[in-house]
Design a protein around this ligand. Structure first.
Ligand SMILES: [Zn+2]
Length: 421
């Protein structure tokens, strides 16, 4: 039997309409990372789809996440639970399939419903990132369960509710599950032309809270300690870290994203808050940048009457390539050739749970979801025919992993040290 005559591929093709119908319904459910009722609705949908496929289904509560609000209050934010489904945990080859149910669109976003802009182009919240991906993942597994050699391969699906905010609560569980698998498959969207991500930068989110002393700007100015001025000094220094190519850290970027502070202009402000995002190309850059940030904060804290506190940290270590990762890429290219689907890879500055899996020692391909674009904007779209195309690609990758898993196991490396905040 040739691969293209595999009846499981035809089964995936026949599922096209059902997948699309479900995607339209899922896209219309708002599941912004902080919309807990919306995430609960998505969780119910996902569970009803995946549970019949799995031997074990579990809903795992996640710890609250601390976040510094713009007014300087430290918030403790409840998180939606994580879902996991597993089958054949004793099989010789173990695959971890990871997706997320949250989107970047909050409950009050004007972008709430999917619609077709062309016959093959569906625009809508989460259609590409990554509700379409979750459906491609499901259909690949449904096809795999029909395979005569299904027993060779066990799988665990993990679907978290907090990927878009950095997987702060789900990160430790992702690392734990990564330690039980031989390869990872993550369902972030591929680019519209099908290009997948190879290496990824690392990322961190930080907040600074400056506290000073309030005073009347006219009568007692000298008694005041200006929190905005102290914060501004720190921010200018942080921004300066961007021009370090000559120092040997060309991948470092620091993006000052938001700032808030003060009140009436005749009062010396005693509080100011800023939030910034950083990216690094590798572990050495991460270490260097962490030291620089710490030094800047210490420097400002020398000022009498000023306290500068740093919150947050690196959430996603840089994802480098490895021998195991290159083998997976080769396998996927073979799968693409079988389907006559081009498989090409390109490095990116973006991050995802693939970074965390790699840091936990698990080689993974992290853009196995649908083809699409404009993600995180109100123009987010996916190419409808990629739903089944990508499900078939994943199905063939599972088949290859089942057949050649031993080859991959030879290449697995121990996890790098990962420090989550
Ligand atoms: Zn995503």
């Amino acid at each position: 039997m040739t691969v293209t005559a595999d009846p499981r591929l035809a089964l995936i093709d026949r599922a096209a309409d059902a997948l699309l119908e479900r995607l339209l319904a899922w896209s219309a459910i708002n599941s912004g990372s902080s919309n807990l009722p919306g995430l609960a609705r998505m969780a119910k949908e996902i569970s009803s789809l995946f549970t019949p496929l799995a031997e074990q289904s579990q809903t795992i509560a996640l710890a609250n996440v601390e976040r510094l609000a713009d007014d300087g209050q430290l918030l403790s934010l409840p998180q939606a639970p994580l879902l996991t489904f597993a089958t054949r945990p004793q099989a010789p080859v173990q695959v971890l399939l990871v997706g997320h149910m949250d989107t970047v669109f909050p409950a009050d976003s004007p972008f709430q419903t999917p619609h077709f802009t062309q016959r093959n182009i569906l625009q809508g919240p989460g259609v590409a990132d990554m509700k379409g991906g979750l459906l491609a993942m499901y259909q690949a597994l449904a096809a795999w369960e029909q395979h005569p050699k299904a027993k060779q391969l066990g799988w665990r699906v993990v679907i978290n509710p907090d990927e878009e905010t950095g997987s702060l609560a789900s990160g430790p569980l992702l690392a734990e599950f990564a330690g039980q698998a031989h390869l990872g498959m993550v369902y972030e969207p591929a680019l519209a032309d099908g290009t997948l991500a190879s290496e990824r930068k690392g990322s961190g989110n930080f907040s600074l809270r400056a506290s000073g002393r309030s005073a009347h700007a006219g009568r007692e100015f000298a008694l005041g300690r200006n929190a905005i001025a102290a914060l501004a000094e720190a921010l200018v220094a942080l921004h300066g870290l961007n021009r370090q190519a000559a120092a040997g850290y060309p991948g470092v970027t620091v993006n000052l994203g938001r700032i808030q502070g003060g009140g009436p202009v005749n009062v010396v402000p005693d509080n100011a808050v800023a939030h910034f995002n950083v990216r690094v190309a590798d572990h050495a850059e991460q270490q260097w940048l962490q030291e620089q940030i710490t030094a800047i904060v210490q420097q400002i804290n020398q000022q009498e009457g000023i306290t500068l506190e740093l919150f947050g940290g690196f959430t996603r270590p840089a994802k480098a390539s490895s021998a195991a990762h290159r083998l997976l890429c080769d396998w996927l290219a073979d799968c693409g050739a079988t389907l006559q689907v081009p498989v090409t890879f390109k490095a990116t500055g973006g991050c995802c749970d693939g970074n965390n899996l790699a840091a936990a020692g698990l080689a993974n391909i992290d853009t196995l979801g649908v083809r699409g674009g404009q993600i995180h904007t109100h123009q987010e779209f996916m190419l409808v025919d990629s739903l089944t195309e990508r499900a078939k690609l994943s199905y063939l990758l599972l088949q290859r992993a089942a057949a050649d898993g031993e080859q991959l196991k030879q290449l697995l490396t121990p996890p790098q040290a990962i420090a989550l905040p």
